[in-house]
Design a protein around this ligand. Structure first.
Ligand code: NAP
Ligand code: ZN
Ligand code: ZN
Length: 353
């Protein structure tokens, strides 16, 4: 960083503190360098991680904070060295905007494990030296290697949440080779969970959804679950004991993880993608009996994210969304906290005009 790059201003929505609402502001973005792509953001999904981050629930928020990492839009400028994209292309940006490119993880396309990965918000911008700012804004500049191609046949607003909710559920289901002949549980029908149901079904597994919301049973089946269990019903839970090969837990809040470990067969695996603020206590017996595993998974690397987008294009898979205006974001957060979202809010960025 010998000299500060040239910047331009763009409208955004930010919060200045853990208890402050989000509101309109203007932020600086770097003008595209030779390897950069400048994107006019058309839609941005609202991930529960945005809420955790805005409210400093993970204790690393840098204010003012601009959340948003399910970004889709149109290319408005490219640097002189950009090869993969041109002005007018429809593209996406997920949770990562850069990484070191040289470590073994980066070399194998697992940029999400790079010690120096740069997240779309909450990291340090390598060019400006300031905190990275996310997609609740009209424009963003991202190095071309972290920009993804959006399948032309998908509705763009409904495809936006694939950039986080999609890859975060696709990646562990692929990594642990979920498929035909397996009984798979998805816990929590929110943004991630509803994509977990769609992917597990598409991969040929027998899918059981676990929800705390009795009102979501019919939707769970419509989205692809063969069976829906209301997890507050002890008899329904007991009937599932010891029968699962794999369970994906996409719950945003504290809950009893042991209840789900008990549902696994021997050698079964419970994978946590939810990132609640507080630790989830794990009891010894549900793990040591039947040699069960408890694992975690973080988004996915760039090659796998493109693979997931292409898979969705081929199979016509998108998210079930509720389109909102930018100034509805604070209400959307409150509704998300009440599990009242079907099944992802997506911001129409034209409303930030
Ligand atoms: P979301 O849309 O708010 O969905 C969360 C769902 O969890 C709710 O709809 C609800 O489903 C269930 N739930 C909420 N409170 C609960 C409680 N107290 N007990 C039991 N179930 C509860 O959130 P999301 O955007 O899908 O994100 C889910 C979590 O994954 C968040 O913590 C987020 O930060 C994290 N995340 C992780 C990664 C990663 O890379 N690992 C990536 C993205 C997000 P029901 O109504 O069906 O019970
Ligand atoms: Zn996310
Ligand atoms: Zn690296």
């Amino acid at each position: 960083m010998s000299k500060k790059p040239i910047c331009y201003s763009t409208k955004a929505y930010a919060t200045t503190g853990a208890t402050a609402p989000l509101g309109a502001t203007v932020i600086e973005r770097r003008s595209p360098t030779p390897s950069d792509v400048q994107i006019q953001i058309q839609y941005c999904g609202v991930c529960h991680s945005d809420l955790h981050y805005a409210r400093n629930e993970w204790h690393f928020t840098q204010y003012p904070a601009v959340p948003g990492h399910e970004i889709v839009g149109r290319v408005t400028a490219v640097g002189s060295g950009v090869k993969k994209f041109k002005v007018g292309d429809t593209v996406g940006v997920g949770c990562l905007v850069d990484s070191c490119r040289t470590c073994p993880d980066c070399r194998s396309g697992l940029e999400q494990f790079c010690a120096n990965m740069v997240m779309t918000y909450g990291s340090t911008d390598q060019h400006l030296g300031t905190p990275t700012l996310g997609g609740y804004s009209q424009s963003i500049v991202v190095t071309e290697d972290f920009v993804l191609r959006m399948p032309a046949n998908l509705n763009l607003a409904a495809a936006a949440p694939l950039l986080c909710a999609g890859i975060t559920t696709y990646s562990p289901l692929r990594h642990w080779k979920v498929g035909p002949g397996q009984k798979v549980g998805i816990v929590g029908l929110g943004g991630l969970g509803h994509m977990g149901v769609k992917f597990a079904k598409a991969f040929g597994a027998q899918v059981v959804l676990f929800t705390t919301s009795p009102g979501k049973v019919a939707d769970g089946k419509r989205l692809g679950a063969h069976e829906v269990v209301v997890s507050t019903n002890e008899a329904q839970m007991a009937a599932q004991a010891g029968t699962f090969d794999f369970i994906l837990d996409a719950v945003s809040a504290t809950h009893d993880i042991n209840a789900y470990l008990n549902l696994l067969k021997h050698d079964g695996n419970l994978v946590l993608v939810g990132a609640p603020e507080k630790p989830l206590p794990v009891a010894a017996f549900p793990l040591i009996f039947r040699r069960r595993s408890f694992s975690g998974s973080l988004i996915g690397g760039l090659p796998e994210t493109q693979e997931m987008l292409d898979f969705c294009g081929q199979h016509n898979i998108t998210c079930d969304i509720e389109l909102i205006r930018m100034d509805e974001i604070n209400t959307a957060y409150e509704r998300m906290l009440k599990s009242d979202v079907k099944y992802r809010f997506v911001i129409d960025m034209a409303s930030l005009g």
